[in-house]
Design a protein around this ligand. Structure first.
Ligand SMILES: C[S@@+](CC[C@H](N)C(=O)[O-])C[C@H]1O[C@@H](n2cnc3c(N)ncnc32)[C@H](O)[C@@H]1O
Length: 342
């Protein structure tokens, strides 16, 4: 099993951060540290890099970096501001989000992310908390299962898949990746070229189990609050649901607030946009995609913090996904998350 992860859009993302030698940077998704290591290489002796990952395996890999400028935190980036504040950081010069799962997560059979390997149906990035996919599927209503598979997997056969899952669990526990993949293959009547019929269902369950879209919606406004003027936000997404949230957020934040017409306010007092878009969305080069097929779906967006003061707009609830579980979990997450090293 491979423990390495080929970083996607590596040079481009770190260029996008416009690293200043004395700046404070945050890599919200350490993975195996491809981006983190390049950021460290660009930082001077007084620079600082804080990395987060919710996966204890990633945190263990990060502990191999012996560098006084580097700090790793075990935690979810949805709690970014709070986790940084706990170590005395309230202003940063760049934030990187390289979303989704890492290759070691997909390759490690026992994590249950992949239908290619038979394993317990787990799918949690943070193995220290929250229900596994199997636990969730054992109790969720058919309606909820259908909704998750339809929304997060964009799966048109969500109804038959949900019905098949509920029928199967009445006969016995649905606990392994192979069991689920076989059941989905039977429930899906058509085949897409070069795609396993279980692909969409596995993506949907992974997104739900890890509350991935909710995490993203939570972290983006925090980035705007944390960034110093001129600081950069770089986000790499791997599917349209993520990219839609990033794109919409950056667009909203880069437009001035709309005020009622004829409001008596001087132009200089109008609320100014808090972000400025930097270039257009970028994709990986053909060469990178040839070397690393995972880069095929990557899309990177960059924005720069302006000097405008934050406003209530940046706190707006962004595209809240329909299956929120975070509110229920909020009370337990804090006690269970562990800062592995500082
Ligand atoms: C695509 S990988 C990052 C790869 C990394 N840039 C590298 O070069 O090795 C995504 C990582 O982000 C982590 N992750 C995903 N969502 C997270 C969240 N909400 N909070 C913290 N870490 C998260 C995953 O556990 C995974 O290790």
């Amino acid at each position: 099993m491979s423990q390495s992860h080929a970083p996607v859009l590596l040079e481009e993302a770190v260029e996008g951060l416009a690293v200043r030698s004395t700046g404070v940077y945050v890599d919200c998704t350490f993975g195996r540290g491809g981006h983190s290591r390049l950021i460290l290489a660009r930082l001077g002796p007084d620079g600082r890099l804080i990395a987060l990952d919710r996966d204890p395996e990633a945190v263990r890999a990060a502990s191999e970096i012996d560098d006084p400028r580097f700090t790793i935190i075990h935690g979810a980036f949805g709690e970014l501001a709070e986790r940084l504040k706990a170590i005395g950081i309230t202003r940063v010069h760049g934030v990187l989000l390289d979303l989704g799962v890492s290759s070691p997560q997909l390759d490690a059979g026992e994590r249950g992310f992949s239908f290619m390997r038979d394993a317990p149906l787990d799918m949690r990035m943070d193995t220290t908390q929250g229900p596994t996919a199997a636990e969730w599927l054992a109790t969720a209503s058919e309606e909820k299962i259908r909704e998750v598979i339809k929304t997060y997997g964009e799966e048109r056969f969500a109804k038959s898949i949900a019905a098949a899952i509920v029928a199967a669990r009445a006969r016995g526990p649905l606990g392994t990746t192979r069991q689920l993949a076989a059941l989905v293959a039977e429930a899906v009547p058509t085949r897409e070229p070069r795609q396993d019929p279980a692909t969409r269902t596995f993506q949907a369950l992974r997104i739900h189990v890890n509350q991935e879209l909710e995490e993203l919606s939570l972290v983006l406004p925090q980035c705007v609050e944390l960034l110093a003027p001129g600081g950069r936000l770089v986000a790499i997404s791997f599917h349209s649901l993520e990219d839609r949230i990033v794109k919409r957020f950056m667009r909203e934040q880069s437009q001035a607030d709309r005020l009622p017409p004829k409001l008596a306010v001087r132009a200089r007092d109008l609320p100014q946009p808090r972000l400025r878009l930097v270039g257009k969305a970028r994709r990986a080069s053909e060469g990178e995609v040839a070397a690393n097929p995972r880069a095929r779906s990557a899309i990177m967006r960059i924005a720069e913090r302006t000097a405008a003061a934050p406003s209530a707009v940046s706190q707006r609830d962004l595209n809240a996904p329909p299956t929120g579980r975070r509110a229920r979990d909020a009370g337990t997450r804090e006690t269970r998350s562990v800062a592995a090293a500082a």
